[in-house]
Every structure is written in C-alpha cells, then in structure tokens.
Design a protein around this ligand. Sequence first.
Ligand code: NCC
Ligand SMILES: CO[C@@H]1[C@H](O)[C@@H](O)[C@H](O[C@H]2[C@H](O)[C@@H](NC(C)=O)[C@H](OCc3ccccc3)O[C@@H]2CO)O[C@@H]1CO
Length: 303
Amino acid sequence: MISKSRWKLLAMLALVLVVMVWYSISREDRYIELFYFPIPEKKEPCFQGEAERKASKLFGNYSRDQPIFLQLKDYFWVKTPSAYELPYGTKGSEDLLLRVLAITSYSIPESIQRLNNAPVAGYEGDVGSKTTMRLFYPESAHFNPKVENNPDTLLVLVAFKAMDFHWIETILSDKKRVRKGFWKQPPLIWDVNPRQIRILNPFFMEIAADKLLSLPMQQPRKIKQVQKPTTGLLAITLALHLCDLVHIAGFGYPDAHNRKQTIHYYEQITLKSMAGSGHNVSQEALAIKRMLEMGAVKNLTFF
Ligand SMILES: CC(=O)N[C@H]1[C@H]([C@H](O)[C@H](O)CO)O[C@](OP(=O)(O)OC[C@H]2O[C@@H](n3ccc(N)nc3=O)[C@H](O)[C@@H]2O)(C(=O)O)C[C@@H]1O
Ligand SMILES: CO[C@@H]1[C@H](O)[C@@H](O)[C@H](O[C@H]2[C@H](O)[C@@H](NC(C)=O)[C@H](OCc3ccccc3)O[C@@H]2CO)O[C@@H]1CO
C-alpha cells in the first residue's frame, strides 16, 4: 500500500514534469537545453584579413580586386576579354551573358553558406538556418527555388557551359525553353525573383582548378569528360576570398573502396554515382587537407 503522503509526492512530481515538458516545448531553445546535452559554444576570435593572408599563400599572386559576381558594365560599356571559355572564363559567351546581366543584379551579400540542392530544414544544427548564398547550376537547381532558401537568399549561377546562360535567360525572360544540351533536365518553370539571381565570376573556378588542383585550363575538345572542381571546392575558394574566417562542414568522401557508404547526408547515392562526373575526389581531399593544415579553413565535421 502506498501512503497518502507518498501519493501526494508522486502527484507533485508528475505535475512538475508536465510543467517542465510544457515549458520546454513552448520554448524550443529551452527544450534543447533540457533534453539534450547543450553543445558548448566555442568563441573564436575573427581577425580581419586572416583568411586573405592564408589564401594568398594558397593561391599565390592573385588579385583580390576581382568582382564576385559578373556585372553588366564590364560587358556592356567595355569589352572584358577573357582568356578562357566556360567554366574558367567567358570567352565566346559574351553575347549570351550580356543578355543575362541585363536582367539580373550584382550587389554583394554579407556572408556565404550552402550549395546545390542540399537541404537545410532538419539539419540546422550542422548547417545553420540561414542560407545567404546558394551556388547552383541548372541541373542542380531545386524545382522549387523557395524550398531550402530564404526569401533573400542569393541564387548564384555557376555556369559550366553557354547553355547555362541560355537556360537562365529563358527562365527570367520567359522565352522558349530549350531541352537539349543538359546532362539532366533542369526546371522549365522556375518561380524565382530575378533580383535574387547572381552570376558567379568564373575567375573563382579558374583559381580552384589552377591553384588548388593544378588542372589544365584548356582541355582538348574531343576529351569525353572535362576535369573540373566540385562546387564545394569552388565555394571554399570563394569563401577564402570573401570571409575573414572560413568553417567547412560535410566535406570528405567515404573510403573509395566502400561501395555501399552514401556520399550525401540527405540521400542514399554512393560514390558509384560520381563516375563520369569529372571530379577528382582524392585530389580535392588533398587540397582540403592542405588548407586545414595551414589553418586557412577550419573543419566542423569529420574529414
Ligand atoms: C552524382 C553527381 O554527379 N554528384 C555531383 C553533385 C550533383 O551533380 C549535384 O548534387 C546535383 O544536385 O554535385 C557535386 O557535389 P555535391 O552537391 O554532391 O556536393 C557539394 C560539395 O560537397 C562535397 N562533398 C559532398 C559529399 C561528401 N560526402 N563529401 C564531400 O566532400 C563535394 O565534393 C562538393 O564539393 C558538385 O556540384 O560539386 C559533385 C557531385 O559529383
Ligand atoms: C561541378 O560539376 C557538376 C557536377 O558535379 C558534375 O557531376 C556534372 O558533370 C556532368 C558534366 O558536366 C556533363 N558534361 C557536359 C559537357 O555537359 C556530363 O555530360 C555527359 C552527358 C552528356 C549527355 C547526357 C548525359 C550525360 O555529365 C556529367 C554528369 O554525369 O557537372 C556539373 C556541372 O554542370
């Protein structure tokens, strides 16, 4: 038999528990503190120009005056000759580009974050909750640009071929869509505000390929698959150019011999799916290791 006072105590405890649960659910941040181990926030000093100094060691003698996004004035008023074709330059794509720049913007945001169609919702603990910039190419564009982005997220087109400029032009000017010329069908209807669109300066692709991976800038036309940096390596290159402190998360591929391990946190595809992608995963891993060792970037996850 449980005595009356014990019942009272149990009832009190149950009440306290109910109030705690109610309070913590009503305040999501408290909920995290009460039911999970809070991750201690490490305050790191951010020295102005720190990443810049490290980047110049990595990139050698390179100009920081380059605009992040392509701008109309450089193609309209003056002709800006480029030594390379896409994805390392704009040679041969100037007319298409001019039309795209006439309908997009080029102002610069304060900071940068994620890329391609990687989801944010549900992974905020690892990837943060605000997407300042999302690097993408037509084939990686989410069919609904509102998903995984904020209303003010900049959607930064990384052009790999002239058709990529053509695609964005047809979308923004509602011209006749072209289906051919893509390795995967990009969206044909894309409900996006042209003010959100930017065109990345191919200079960053050139730096990533040339300085970080030592890839040839001009590859024979008949070659089946052109070697190129991943969007992630490109994003790191851009971040080193833009930011004082660069943290990376989610980089590092599974063991090349482990055919079953998935490569993304959000889907089940494995390394096999990357065959023919034109990326050199082990070369990129070495480049990132070098950046980590010299303290140019800091890793938030396992590499
Ligand atoms: C199957 C395939 O072609 N996958 C490519 C995908 C795919 O085209 C898009 O996701 C489509 O939406 O795109 C890429 O890359 P992806 O979008 O997978 O990844 C972005 C960056 O994260 C790095 N990464 C990814 C997974 C992992 N386990 N470790 C990593 O280090 C990648 O190296 C990359 O730097 C791309 O654009 O670069 C490169 C991938 O090769
Ligand atoms: C940063 O690169 C992006 C992605 O990570 C790559 O996987 C992808 O590679 C594709 C490559 O760009 C395509 N090449 C051309 C010239 O379009 C290649 O095309 C082969 C092909 C052709 C026709 C029909 C199907 C496939 O396909 C690669 C993917 O398998 O490039 C991305 C940037 O576009």
